[in-house]
Design a protein around this ligand. Structure first.
Ligand SMILES: [Zn+2]
Ligand SMILES: [Zn+2]
Length: 189
């Protein structure tokens, strides 16, 4: 289990570089009440190379995910970009005692052969989440009173009280755009 990158390969010792694809098995996570499901089989590209004595790992790409529209709760698809660098500890190297806060460190497995990147990828996926998800930019949402999905049809709930100034503005806008629906607008032109 886990998203592991195998780093113990013959080519590593001489070339000092490993790269390839890593399958994202962070399947689902919760994001302030909205479940996010990552598309199965999503892959990210990784590249790990030696920089002096340090191993630097980069993981990048993007994954598709499904979550709920914040207005109407219908399924909404989002793309989550991932791109980060982290230092991978050498085999047997311990985490520095006074951790430099700016440094992103991923430990190796005990036998030094693999690196589990799942926690770090998960973090990046969460950071990539937009603050607001909509199924479409013009989603009408749900009626706050009866819960009717206003994308599918209207309901009979009394419309909420509108600020009278806004109402005036709406009237003006309607007049300007010439949408005279002929509902007894007397006295006009
Ligand atoms: Zn929606
Ligand atoms: Zn309603």
């Amino acid at each position: 289990m886990g998203m592991e990158i195998v780093v113990h390969r013959p080519d590593v010792s001489d070339g000092g570089r490993v790269d390839g694809q890593v399958v994202v098995d962070v399947v689902a996570f919760d994001w302030s009440g909205y479940p996010v499901h990552v598309q199965e089989g999503s892959e990210l590209t990784f590249d790990m190379q030696k920089d002096g004595e340090r191993w630097i790992l980069r993981i990048h790409g993007s994954v598709e995910a499904e979550t709920a529209c914040h207005r109407c709760l219908a399924t909404a698809r989002i793309e989550l970009p991932v791109d980060f660098y982290a230092r991978v500890l050498a085999r047997g190297e311990r985490l520095p005692e006074d951790e430099d806060e700016g440094e992103d460190i991923i430990p190796r497995s005990k036998d030094g052969k693999t690196v589990d990147v799942a926690p770090r990828v998960r973090e990046d996926l969460i950071l990539a989440l937009p603050t607001k998800v909509l199924c479409s930019s013009d989603c009408r949402g749900l009626c706050p009173q009866c819960g009717q999905d206003l994308n599918l049809g209207t309901c009979d709930c009394p419309t909420e009280e509108v600020d009278p100034r806004l109402a005036e503005l709406e009237k003006l806008k309607a007049q300007l755009s010439g949408t005279d629906k002929g509902t007894g607008s007397d006295g006009g032109r």
